[in-house]
Design a protein around this ligand. Structure first.
Ligand SMILES: [Zn+2]
Length: 370
């Protein structure tokens, strides 16, 4: 039913537009152009908040439908990770698109964008009755879901929908994602001459080392992880160091366990600082909260029904990372993440199964027209 050649052409053209996070302008403009070709589409843009610096904007599209039922949100992000400039996609004989090896492919998330456009183009071309459709192309997803965070959901029509932004075969549905906190901790000791009078000093490095040694890190339990990604203290060896800073993160699919692990990290730091006679500065940031949706929630059920009609085996599971879905769900919406046919996102060997992109598009059309 879909126009495969048109969809592949669109995908190949979109990945050639540079749009690393912070530099989304060209992509933002192209998406508005493409959306303006859709009959009856109302297009607006929203600036990302002050916390994210970019030359692009979120693009939001509203397409009124004639079928009853809740409006459906479709969303993909327009930014990419690095190295994402000058992408030269290569279409293989094996039906797989790859990058030329020195960049990512940007199927994450331009496969999702191509699927959204081909689904809408097909629906309009064939005159298929469809639900109300709202589309968000977000900026800054890869940097911390910043585009989604700045979206004013009170201005949206849709309350439920699909984030096209995960790897795997069409039919893979993510209904559960972890929440994440990040933390920065600074232990402040006392500076002294390391040779003349070390007993007058309090080593922040030593206190930090003791704190970290007490922490349960990495795989905390089956749904909780914790990692320290950086430790910083740089002094000459003849000075007892009075400052040491770490940055880390905690993730869990369960809010209580997320809180408990974050508390545990804090307690280890506080205890080590107190025992050393040092002080502690500590800051926690809520990156996003976890969500979990059962199969009978309408947004999940409607997608599973479409998979059944399409003869596609569903694979409902949880994921270890966050997505724009976390943000919208935190703001009271009901969104799940669906697979686009890409693999190996964020890596130089990222690739896209072309037939899977087509199948994902057909599933989307099915959801929108029932
Ligand atoms: Zn993505």
């Amino acid at each position: 039913m879909i126009n495969k050649e048109r969809e592949l052409d669109l995908f190949l053209s979109l990945v050639k537009i540079d749009s690393e996070s912070g530099n989304e302008r060209a992509m933002c403009e192209r998406l508005q152009e493409l959306a303006s070709e859709i009959e009856g589409a109302e297009i607006r843009t929203e600036e990302a908040g002050d916390f994210y610096t970019t030359n692009g904007k979120n693009v939001i599209v509203w397409i009124k439908g004639s079928l009853p039922g809740e409006p459906v949100l479709l969303s993909s992000h327009m930014d990419t990770v690095v190295p994402g400039n000058g992408i030269r996609p290569v279409v293989g004989e094996d039906g797989i698109v790859r990058s030329s090896g020195d960049t990512i492919l940007a199927a994450d998330d331009k496969a999702g964008i191509s699927e959204i456009f081909e689904a809408i183009r097909t629906i309009k071309e064939k005159g298929l009755p469809h639900r109300d459709i709202e589309i968000i192309f977000s900026v800054g997803e890869e940097q911390g879901l910043y585009g989604a965070k700045s979206i004013d959901v009170s201005k949206l029509h849709a309350r439920q929908g699909y984030i096209l932004d995960t790897g795997g075969t069409p039919g893979r549905v993510i209904t559960c994602q972890p929440g994440q906190y990040s933390f920065t901790a600074k232990i402040i000791g006392k500076r002294a001459h390391a040779g003349n009078q070390p007993e007058a000093g309090v080593s922040a490095i030593q206190a930090m080392a003791k704190a970290i040694a007490e922490m349960k890190l990495l795989r905390v339990d089956e749904i909780t992880t914790c990692n320290i990604g950086s430790i910083e203290a740089k002094f000459p060896t003849n000075i007892v160091p009075d400052e040491c800073v770490i940055k880390g993160e905690v993730r869990s699919r369960d809010k209580e366990r997320l809180d408990a692990q974050e508390r545990h990290v804090y307690d280890c730091l506080k205890k080590a600082a107190d025992e050393a006679g040092a002080s502690l500065e500590y800051e926690k940031t809520v990156k996003y909260l976890a969500y979990k949706m059962e199969d009978d929630v309408p947004v999940v059920k409607e997608f599973l029904d479409a998979l059944k009609r399409q003869g596609v085996e569903p694979c409902v599971e949880g994921a270890g990372g966050g997505s724009d879905a976390n943000v919208y769900n935190q703001k009271g919406m009901q969104c799940i993440v669906v697979a686009t046919g890409m693999r190996g996102g964020h890596a130089l060997d990222e690739h896209l199964y072309i037939e899977e992109m087509y199948k994902a598009t057909e599933i989307l059309i099915d959801v929108l027209t029932h």
